[in-house]
Design a protein around this ligand. Sequence first.
Ligand SMILES: O=C(CO)COP(=O)(O)O
Length: 139
Amino acid sequence: MPKPYRIALIAHDLKKDDMVAFARAHEALLSRCEIVSTSTTGTLVLEACPSLSIERVKSGPRGGDQQIGAMIAEGKVQALIFFIDPLSPLPHDVDIKALTRLGTVYDIPMALNRATAEVLAEKLSVEEWADEASEQNGK
Ligand SMILES: O=C(CO)COP(=O)(O)O
């Protein structure tokens, strides 16, 4: 895992419990990354995982998705974990589409549900383990 590795964590309201559970399960890994979050998601994750340091931008409907999209375009976010609610109409649907579009344009790992986020976390853990091993071997 290249350092600093900055991950964006975002969840819609009906998926926030899932995001909190994901963050709790991977707190050790996430604490070694820089985290950026939309406002409400970041606040809930921080309450559950006080060891994390989380930069919080605006709430999604107030421009937070666009702020994180801009970070992706500037190369400041290396992975997006965004638990989307596919069953509710949301007022900022265009912002959500713009954000996931930029994740595709800039070809960053982008997990839009818990199952994919678990695969990504596993991959990052293995990469980090490999980094540590090569550091210990002086490589
Ligand atoms: O709406 C969001 C993403 O589209 C998330 O915003 P909050 O984390 O502030 O709820």
